[in-house]
Ligand binder design. Structure first.
Ligand code: MCN
Ligand code: FES
Ligand code: FES
Length: 909
């Protein structure tokens, strides 16, 4: 042990520490300075950055033996507080730079060190500084962070005042469309927004720490699990296997009726088989995480290894055994049957293109790894705190498996450091439940980044073959599609994501005749979970690429081909239904001048360059808001002495559910004179909040926005006096009238028929067009995205900071999907860097956002959603821009340099 005296945030603190422990652990766990976050724990993300003797250090990799005695340390707590914000924190808020907020303290600490030595940096200097400090953000696309530093520098130089920058709305004004700052921003920028691992430190002393025994192979029969040695290890309380699970030990995957599986493929703790690398086979519960981890190594698992099918084609091979005995590996099929038979048509058409395309297993890479805890409350209810973005779904999906009645399972969402959809699936909820039920004690489980990456779900890869034909006038006449969705071993939402192939291959265009067939395939690679865009990045990559190939074949401009074929008033989607609004031609009109200029620039730059080639291209972005069919959401509101309380389960990944709810409620309630500060929010705690459905499918702004609006309208109706004014709380009570009102909204939609793909599944859609400009290094094959210009139509913009943030973050994940990100190699793709997370150097600082605001008939105050549209097909524009730069078309993502280089070499032969 070492005794150290440290000068932390200006205060002398004495700590007794192990020499090997990290500074981050001492700050967080011994000094409770939880503003410093731990993401990767390996020096890759900068979430843990602090200033040590004037230098930014990643505190997760600084061992205490290396920290000098009397070191001066500044953490986020020393930079400013909620009552006394630093200029950087203030600037971070007004630029919407904290989405989930998990990376925020680390960035602000780095920025402070930079501005202390240079209060007038250039944007390039700021970017270089964040790169050097290894700060990584998965939500924002980085631009708002650089904007915030530049603004903070101006404030610090006295060139502008906070008063000038802070949005002050006149009394009674609407919040809609403004840059009002989200309610959680102040806590996020001060490091006081308490994430799961922070709350974990507040649990009672007898809390048990869980560590998992996980599979190290991808497919095997389990012969035996021997826990004897582990049980005798120091500090161990219990070692649990499937035998200790009181229920069916299965997660309910909510399978479609036509799914050939029963939806109960996924064990909570594996019993007979291992289905994927990382499967949880046993849980050790001990007094400390280290004791649990040491004991987990002593559990002996005897297995018989089986052939592992690591892709859809491998699992579909004739000789492949059934991964889930009794269920075929192809367990769900769906078709598209629209218009005439396409085969004879294709024969007769002058222009036909076809290709094979692949979009892979993109990893979500939130900076906060999965974390949660559980305990029983005084009424005997099991309370599970996690990163769930589907509270009521998840309770339903685990109740039988753990063996508790549904009404005894309550899930609460912790402040969450990003999910990007992986938390649409339950992850550790059932494990926590099993542990709490077995022991009756509070239990805590946190993943490290390796477990986060190897255990949690991934984007489901699509293997697609697409054929598209046009007549001599360039009008699309026929589309044939075939797609296989590799959904990993667990079926949950696999059928649903497969239907996206029928809904979005060819979306946005008038194509009267379509035949298609898609299937969901069980494999032994990482299980498929929702990922932002949910099937549309796969589907649209195929059809957008085919549009570009067709344009080349026809020798027409790809923008004009899109323009000529874009859906117009009254025309129908591949599902045979009308759109909510018809705006794609207008969006193309708006982008046309930018596109023309980009092409000119490419020409100029290519004239003077040999080793670098430049190209640009566009893609149409489009996605739906809602779960298929009659999706619905609920909210309630209550008038109180202090104002109005609004409650819903609009789960927050980081996208801004708090601001969405506040704006929807305020827009309705301001008729009765309520101001934003009169509105209190209760969000995401099943003990209090109703079933609003998951925050997936970009549905919440529309569905929960509408439910919140309806609840507020019902309240106003209940408060209304005969003279048209509204009763206050006292008057309402005095008249014996109710104070609480519910609101529910259901989409007037019908799910698609799996035999034909025909239906009217969604109430609202989001649209965009992206122009990508890239540079390809002809000697290395390396692509850099130089510039993006995106025009979006997400209906009425509810909050400008939120929508800008959604679009920037989504587009940058699209750069990742196109160029860098994958989870394929179980040895290499196990860290943030290994998986290819875009760092600030990988992302252009030149992104222009343009908007068209077409009010949606069914959207609350005309709004659509925004979350997923920007990741629906940006990668297609980037891939086609690479083609336009150097003649190489990458149809199997990502476009790693070696693939591009191989293409260049082939062309040069
Ligand atoms: N919004 C708005 N005006 C509009 C449309 C949307 O102000 N016209 C705002 C909404 O109020 C909301 C946000 O934009 O705060 C996104 O709205 P919506 O598209 O309805 O999406 P949800 O609230 O249902 O959020 C889920 C969506 C999905 S599916 C994923 S995945 C996702 C995402 O949003 N994951 C995210 N955005 C994310 N953002 C962050 N930072 N982290 C994630 O993990
Ligand atoms: Fe320390 Fe990632 S760099 S947590
Ligand atoms: Fe940066 Fe979420 S705001 S990771």
């Amino acid at each position: 042990m070492l005794k150290k005296i440290l000068n932390i945030n200006g205060l002398k603190r004495t700590v007794i520490v192990s020499p090997e422990i990290s500074l981050a652990d001492v700050l967080r766990k011994q000094l409770f300075l939880t503003g410093t976050k731990v993401g990767c724990g390996k020096g890759e993300c900068g979430a843990c950055n602090v200033i040590l003797d004037g230098k930014v250090v990643r505190s997760c990799i600084v061992r205490m033996k290396r920290v000098p005695d009397e070191a001066e340390i500044t953490t986020i707590e020393g930079i400013g507080s909620q009552d006394d914000l630093h200029d950087i924190q203030f600037a971070w808020m007004i630029h919407g730079a904290a989405q989930c907020g998990f990376c925020t303290p680390g960035f602000i600490v780095s920025a402070k060190a930079l501005l202390d030595q240079n209060n007038n940096p250039t944007r390039e200097e700021v970017r270089a500084w964040f790169q050097k400090s290894r700060n990584v953000c998965r939500c924002t696309g980085y631009i708002p962070l650089v904007d915030a530093v530049m603004e903070a520098a101006k404030l610090m130089r006295g060139e502008v005042t906070r008063k000038q920058l802070w949005l002050k709305l006149p009394e009674g004004a609407s919040l809609v469309g403004t840059e009002a700052v989200r309610p959680s921003a102040c806590a996020k920028v001060t490091g006081t927004w308490e994430f799961g691992a922070d709350l974990g430190l507040t649990l009672p002393e007898d809390t048990l720490h869980i560590k998992l025994v996980q599979a190290t192979v991808s497919h095997a029969n389990i012969i035996s699990i021997d826990t004897t040695d582990a049980e005798t290890m120091p500090g161990v309380y219990r070692v649990l296997t499937y035998k200790d699970v009181k229920g069916t030990n299965r997660i309910n995957g909510l399978a479609f009726p036509s799914n050939k599986g029963d939806g109960l493929e996924r064990p909570i703790l594996n019993d007979k088989k291992i289905f994927q690398f990382g499967d949880a086979i046993a849980m050790v519960l001990a007094d400390t995480p280290t004791h649990a981890e040491d004991a987990a190594k002593k559990v002996i698992v005897e297995i018989e290894e089986l052939p592992a099918y690591m892709s859809a084609p491998a699992a579909m091979a004739e000789d492949a055994i059934e991964i889930h005995p009794g269920t075929p590996n192809i367990y769900f099929e769906t078709k598209v049957v629209k218009g005439e038979e396409t085969a004879p048509l294709m024969e007769s058409l002058p222009y036909v293109v076809e290709d094979d395309l692949y979009v892979g297993r993109q990893p979500h890479l939130p900076i906060e790894p999965d974390v949660g805890f559980a305990y029983f409350d005084e009424e005997g209810k099991l309370i599970i705190h996690s990163k769930s973005i589907a509270l009521h779904f998840h309770a339903l999906m685990i109740a039988e498996g753990i063996g508790l009645p549904l009404d005894k399972v309550m899930i609460v969402q912790n402040p969450t450091g990003g999910t990007f959809g992986y938390k649409f699936s339950p992850t550790i909820e059932a494990l926590l439940a099993v542990a709490a039920m077995d022991t009756g004690k509070p239990v805590y489980l946190e993943f490290n980044m390796y477990q986060q990456i190897t255990y949690t779900g991934k984007r489901s890869p699509f293997w697609m073959h697409v054929k598209l034909g046009a007549d001599k006038f360039g009008k699309l006449q026929a589309l044939e599609t075939d797609w296989s969705c590799d959904h990993g071993p667990y079926c949950e939402f696999g059928d649903l994501v497969t239907t996206r192939g029928s809904q979005f291959i060819g979306a946005g265009y008038k194509i009267d005749n379509i035949r298609g067939e898609g299937r969901t395939v069980a494999t032994n690679h990482g299980w498929g979970s929702a990922f932002r865009g949910f099937g549309s990045p796969q589907a649209l990559f195929a059809s957008e690429q085919m549009m570009d190939e067709l344009a080349i074949k026809m020798d027409v401009d790809p923008l004009e081909l899109r323009y000529d074929n874009a859906l117009r008033e009254g025309e129908v989607t591949p599902n045979g239904c009308k759109l909510d609004v018809y705006v794609i031609p207008q969006l193309l009109d708006k982008i046309r001048p930018y596109y023309a200029k980009a092409k000119e620039n490419d020409k100029e730059k290519n004239k003077n360059s040999e080793n670098k080639r430049y190209g640009s291209a566009i893609s149409v972005l489009m996605y739906s808001c809602g779960l298929d069919g009659a999706d619905s959401s609920e909210a309630w509101v209550e008038i109180t002495k202090k104002g109005v309380t609004v409650a819903n389960s609009w789960e927050d990944h980081g996208q801004g559910a708090d601001m969405g709810t506040l704006t929807m409620a305020h827009e309705t309630l301001r008729k009765a004179g309520y101001e934003p500060e009169d509105i209190k929010l209760i969000l995401n705690d099943m003990n209090f909040t109703p079933n609003s459905g998951p925050a997936g499918g970009s549905r919440s702004n529309v569905l929960t926005g509408n439910a919140t609006r309806v609840a507020c309208e019902n309240l106003l109706e209940g408060l209304k006096k005969d003279d048209g004014t509204y009763r206050d709380y006292d008057e309402q009570i005095a008249e014996g009238k109710p104070t609480r009102y519910d609101g529910k909204w259901t989409a007037p939609c019908t799910a698609c028929d799996v035999e034909t793909g025909q239906g009217d599944p969604f109430p609202v859609y989001m649209y965009g067009v992206l122009l990508a400009e890239v540079e390809v290094d002809m000697t290395t094959g390396k692509t850099h995205v130089d510039k993006l210009t995106c025009i979006s139509d997400v209906g009425t913009i509810i909050n400008k900071l939120l929508v800008d943030g959604q679009i920037l973050g989504g587009l940058v994940q699209g750069i990742g999907l196109a160029l860098y990100e994958d989870f394929e190699d179980l040895k290499k793709h196990t860290t943030l860097t290994g998986c290819g997370i875009p760092q600030i150097k990988d992302v252009t600082d030149d992104i222009t956002l343009l908007y068209l605001e077409t009010p949606r008939p069914l959207g609350p105050y005309g709004a659509a959603g925004a979350g997923e549209m920007p990741l629906s097909s940006p990668h297609s524009a980037i891939i086609s821009a690479i083609y336009n730069a150097c003649g190489v078309r990458i149809t199997h993502l990502p476009a790693y340099p070696d693939k591009v280089l191989a293409g260049i070499k082939k062309l040069n032969k």
